[in-house]
Design a binder for this molecule. Sequence first.
Ligand SMILES: O=C(O)CCC(=O)C(=O)O
Length: 324
Amino acid sequence: MHLTANGHPLDLSPERYGELEPMNHLLGDPAGLREAMAERGHLFFRTLLDPETVLAARHEILLKYAVLGEIDDRYPIDEAIAGDGAGVASANLRAFSESVRSGARYRAVTDAPEVMDVHRGLLDGEVRSFDMRWPRFVRPGEGCGFHCDGPYMNRGTSRIFSSWIPLGRIERSEGALIVLEHSHRSDRLHNGYLRADADRDGLTWLDDDPVNVQNDYGRRWLTADFQPGDALFFGMHTLHGALDNLSATRRCRLSSDSRYQRVDEPADPRWTGEHFEGHGGSRVFYPGLGSWQNEDFQDEWKDVDEHGRLRLRPATGASRNDDT
Ligand SMILES: O=C(O)CCC(=O)C(=O)O
């Protein structure tokens, strides 16, 4: 097996890499959930959600991506085989992004009773999900840099947990999430990076090389082959990223990440409220490189004009030619 993150190979030796361990025996035991989260920095559950609920959300979202040409419709849409994305440059991406994240079937996943119950247990009180949700359509060749969620979410309370939920089967070679064991206790993270505010301090990914990251902040990278219904929960201090999507059949990875806090604690205005701010400016959440040669497309957030259309910047090759 060969796995990469941001193009860098993972060290798959047993002391550097392992399997997420399901914690289903703790369901219904709030104190046990809190203790295990404090100890591990993450909690993984097999078939926490009804797989049919998850697959209904998958279908709802993939239909929308198919409209943009992001899915090759010579294959069944639910297979999510990458298309040419021909409709992306002319679409209203602001409307698209809102349409995906506000879909009723998608919301039935992020706010599923089983998911809310775990967060209620972890936070020992009534909880809410953030108004922003992060559905991710990850094309072949794409992944995600290493980071902790804290600096991106910390303007209200710091007592927040994230849920990463595969919307369909995601094998590790198709871009599964990876969490770094023991990273939530790293003094180095707590004394520096975790004190930052991502927007105010202009944070970028902490690193893109999985071996450097584990040398500096933790032990083994943990992951799994995910099935519909599985869910991974983690805290704001847990270092994580994603494996690259190396699908041989050009299958895109569809997953969701969402955040939860107690209803009686202050919320981060970037992500909650009727018109939450996001990362400000005129940017919308539309992760990934795509195939349309925009040099600014590594970022998860894309600049759009007043009609929600992408502001395309010339690809590096083109600007180099212009310079000469
Ligand atoms: O799914 C991904 O690629 C990244 C998700 C993530 O960073 C998160 O859940 O915080």
